[in-house]
Design a protein around this ligand. Sequence first.
Ligand SMILES: [Zn+2]
Length: 180
Amino acid sequence: MPDLINLAGAAWASEQLPLRWLEGDDSCDCMYQRIGEWKNPYLGSTHQIRLCCVWAELVKLYPQFVQDVPVYWDNNQIEPVHGPQQWDSEEMDMPLGLWYRQLAVREGRPLAEVREEYKYKQNLRPKKVSPGAGRESKQPDARTVRMALLDRLVRQGWRPEDAIAVFERQDREEQRAKGR
Ligand SMILES: [Zn+2]
């Protein structure tokens, strides 16, 4: 295990190559980081585009096609979720880049400013939660998930009875698969 830890991150540093961009690497000030990557072993090359930064430029040209909404639309719930949620992973501490962004949202300050301040306050970064206290144990029930899906389908043009018929068919198939 220590070998693995030493190895992590060393692979790219060992060669004279630019740092590989990865989502969540906190190498730009975009709220949501997106990296486009195309590569092929037979071409021996990798093509990366920092899509989030390209989008940021596009957004300046076409602000009418952008909406920023101050709620989290959870696909598994009908009601929008207000306010940043507490970190609740049982597996890992809050990723650094995400923590800076959450602080920026909470404090209503520019990301760069927050990063500069909090990089010296790493002890405040939210830690992983104890087993059983995490998000896995707080998943919405199956009925809520289905109601949320129905809500989206209807707004996308489905007739409710058609969507419900599909749900019922899926349930029957699931039951049959279980019976096997
Ligand atoms: Zn970016």
